[in-house]
Write a protein that binds this ligand. Structure first.
Ligand code: DX5
Ligand code: ZN
Length: 229
C-alpha cells in the first residue's frame, strides 16, 4: 500500500535507461518524472520524448509531475508517450477542472500538486476528479533540498479531507509527498498520512555509477522504516 517513487531528476541522465531499469529492479514501485520549463519553475528538464524513450524499459507506472505553465497543451503528448499518472500545479492552469478532465480523457490518472504555500482548498470542488494529491515538501525546481517540517501538519490535514471524502462514498485518493524524503524522516512522513513517497537524491545519491545495487539497500531501508511506521 506504500508506494516508493524514485525521482529520476537525480539519476545519471547519460545512462537514464539503465538507471530506470536498475531502480525498478531494486524494488521501486513508480518512476517519478519531473518536468520543468524554466518558466513556472527556474529549471529545465525532460519532456515527452524522454518519457517515450524510457516507456519500453519498464512496466512500472510513470508518474509525471508537471512543473510547467501552461499545462493543457502538453498533456496529450505525455499520455501518448506512456505516462500513467499526470499531476499539475493549480496555479499553472487557468481551468483546473478542465485540465483534470483532459488528463482523464487522455487515459491517465490525474492529480493536483500543492506547493508549500498553496492552500489545500484548491482540492475542494474537484475531489471527485482526483486520483492523487501531491504535497510538495520543498519549493519545486530542484532535487536535493531540505524537507520543510510544516508539511507534516499539512499532510495530516490533507489525509483528513481525503478520508472524509472516502467515507462519504468518494473515490480513493492517494496522498503523495515530494521533496527531501530520506530514510531518517520517511516514517514520520508516513505517520502524518502520506502513502506515496517521492525520493530523488535519497535513492540516486546513494550509489556511485559502478555500484547500482546500492539502490536495493536504500529502497529496503526506506521500506523498513515504512513497515515500522
Ligand atoms: C522538485 C521535484 C522533486 C525532486 C525531489 O521540484 O519535484 O521530485 O526531484 O528530489 P529530492 O528527493 O532530492 O528532494
Ligand atoms: Zn516531483
Amino acid at each position: 500500500m506504500h508506494v516508493i517513487a524514485p525521482s529520476i531528476l537525480s539519476a545519471n541522465f547519460a545512462r537514464l535507461g539503465e538507471e530506470v531499469v536498475n531502480v525498478i529492479a531494486a524494488g521501486a514501485d513508480w518512476i517519478h518524472f519531473d518536468v520543468m520549463d524554466n518558466h513556472y519553475v527556474p529549471n529545465l528538464t525532460i519532456g515527452p520524448l524522454v518519457c517515450e524513450a524510457i516507456r519500453p524499459l519498464t512496466s512500472a507506472p510513470i508518474d509525471v509531475h508537471l512543473m510547467v505553465k501552461p499545462v493543457d497543451r502538453i498533456i496529450p503528448d505525455f499520455a501518448r508517450a506512456g505516462a500513467n499518472i499526470i499531476t499539475f500545479h493549480p496555479e499553472a492552469s487557468e481551468h483546473v477542472d478542465r485540465t483534470l478532465a483532459l488528463i482523464h480523457e487522455s487515459g491517465c490518472q490525474a492529480g493536483l500538486v500543492f506547493n508549500p504555500a498553496t492552500p489545500l482548498h484548491h482540492m475542494e470542488h474537484v475531489m471527485d476528479k482526483l486520483d492523487i494529491v501531491l504535497l510538495m515538501s520543498v519549493n519545486p525546481g530542484f532535487g536535493g533540498q531540505k524537507f520543510i517540517p510544516s508539511t507534516l501538519a499539512k499532510l495530516q490535514a490533507a489525509r483528513a479531507r481525503i478520508d472524509a471524502h472516502q467515507r462519504e462514498g468518494g473515490r480513493r485518493i492517494r496522498l503523495e509527498v515530494d521533496g527531501g524524503v530520506k530514510v531518517d524522516n520517511i516514517a514520520e512522513v508516513a505517520r502524518a498520512g502520506a502513502d506515496a513517497f517521492v525520493a530523488g537524491s535519497a535513492v540516486f545519491g546513494a550509489a556511485s555509477d559502478s555500484d547500482a545495487n546500492r539502490y536495493d539497500t536504500v529502497i529496503a531501508a526506506l521500506r523498513r522504516q515504512l513497515e515500522q511506521a
